[in-house]
Write a protein that binds this ligand. Structure first.
Ligand code: PMP
Ligand code: GLU
Length: 397
């Protein structure tokens, strides 16, 4: 059977595959510590689960409008207005099966052969592959650890060509944990206006933010910017609802309508029950999020402290999301019984084999010098993981 060329352009999601490997090893009885999973370890709050039970009991178990129920769209409209001061009409909102699906709908509705899409690097693994699946070209824009991974105006301008269609902004960022300042967002916005670019603003980690920093959406910089921005968000991270699969987009009417058509011909509506649960999460879930983020903050300091105490490793303090992204190139060229560590992938392989600790190597995020460790796992697990990593790393020659 001859498959379509697009199927050969991409790889399976590396974050999901490494997590699946760690879970499979655990299922075989191996005591694996998972720093790879990109999801909160907290259980979904009871008030959300109760809303789902009620939906089931009330028979809310049938198709809904393909673009989502009005009640959830209006909850999103209210959230955007009260929390971010952004005004949208419900025709500007689309509910999808997770933010990943939202991003995919955007790529399908916007991109075609010949288009270039700028992605600041390091980046979340699915952006380039979703662009490739839609026949367009991802253009990576390097950002640097020493500068807090901000996008510099000159670097961005150098990447723009007549084919540039859009730029993806992800603040707080997976994997670096960087949050964009207003000044940095303003520079990007000015360039986007000058070159008529669409801005895709992935704000899924919006509420997982530390040190008193406030999340800023680029869409708040003015109506002209909002008119060229599509905000991507969802309930997965803020309300520990990764399995419920609810994401949303807020953006220009014509784009949202095109995405809704695509959705109506592909997945139809996101799960009816999850939509009802998401209404309650958006409306009443914030106390839960605050509690969770406080705990993530404690773990963040511990994880980053341990990383920086390890010779050959350096890690800036992330200001958002729940990942540490240390530079591990100081460990390269060291040897172990099974070979030599020359890349982040070699190190991740060694940690999994020798210490039974799963981390994600930096390569699929655009860096062979880093690894990603999630601290969305209990303090006790983090401490145990560290004991093992320390033993494994001190064995290196
Ligand atoms: N964007 C980023 C940056 C992410 O890390 C994730 C994690 N899965 C997503 C989007 C998608 O989230 P979900 O599909 O679970 O809503
Ligand atoms: N976004 C999370 C991560 O980066 C979950 C896995 C995925 O969807 O890629 O690990």
């Amino acid at each position: 059977m001859k498959l379509a060329a697009r199927a050969g352009r991409i790889v399976p999601s590396p974050t999901l595959s490494i997590t699946a490997t760690a879970k499979a090893m655990a299922a075989q009885g191996l005591d694996v510590i998972d720093f790879a999973s990109g999801e909160p370890d907290f259980d979904t709050p009871d008030l959300v689960k109760d809303a789902a039970h009620t939906a089931i009991k009330n028979g809310f178990t049938k198709y809904t409008p393909a673009s989502g129920i009005d009640e959830l769209k209006l909850a999103v409209v209210t959230k955007l207005e009260t929390e971010q001061g952004l005004r949208y009409d419900k025709a500007q909102i689309l509910i999808s099966c997770g933010a990943k699906h939202t991003l995919y709908n955007i790529a399908e509705a916007l991109f075609e052969h010949g288009d270039e899409v700028i992605i600041p690097s390091p980046f979340w693994v699915s952006y380039p592959d979703q662009i490739l699946l839609n026949d367009a070209t991802p253009v990576l824009l390097d950002t640097h650890e020493a500068e807090g991974y901000v996008v510099r105006r000159r670097d961005l301008e150098a990447k723009i060509t007549p084919r540039t269609k859009a730029i993806i902004i992800n603040s707080p960022c997976n994997p670096t944990g960087a949050t964009y300042t207003r000044e940095c967002l303003q520079e990007i916005a000015d360039i986007a206006e000058r070159h008529d670019l669409v801005i895709i603003s992935d704000e899924i980690y919006e509420k997982i933010i530390y040190d008193g920093i406030r999340h800023i959406s680029i869409a708040t910089l003015g109506p002209d910017i909002a008119a060229r921005t599509v905000i991507v968000n969802g309930v997965s991270k803020a309300y520990a609802m990764t399995g419920w699969r609810i994401g949303y987009a807020a953006g220009p009417k014509a784009l949202i309508a095109a995405m809704a058509n695509i959705q109506s011909q592909s997945t139809s509506n996101p799960t009816s029950i999850s939509q009802k649960a998401a209404v309650v999460a958006l409306r009443d879930g914030d106390a839960f999020t605050q509690h969770m983020v406080k705990e993530f903050d404690r773990r963040r300091r511990y994880m980053v402290g341990r990383l920086n105490a390890m010779p050959g490793v350096s890690c800036p303090m992330p200001t958002g999301a729940f990942y540490a992204f240390p530079n591990v190139s100081g460990l390269f060229n060291r040897a172990h019984a099974g070979g030599k560590i020359q890349t982040a992938a070699d190190l991740a392989g060694y940690l999994l084999q020798d210490a039974k600790v799963a981390v994600v190597p930096g390569e699929p995020f655009g860096s062979a010098s880093h690894i990603r460790l999630s601290y969305a796992t209990s303090m006790e697990t983090i401490a145990r993981g560290w004991e093992r990593m320390e033993t494994a790393l001190t064995k290196l020659d």
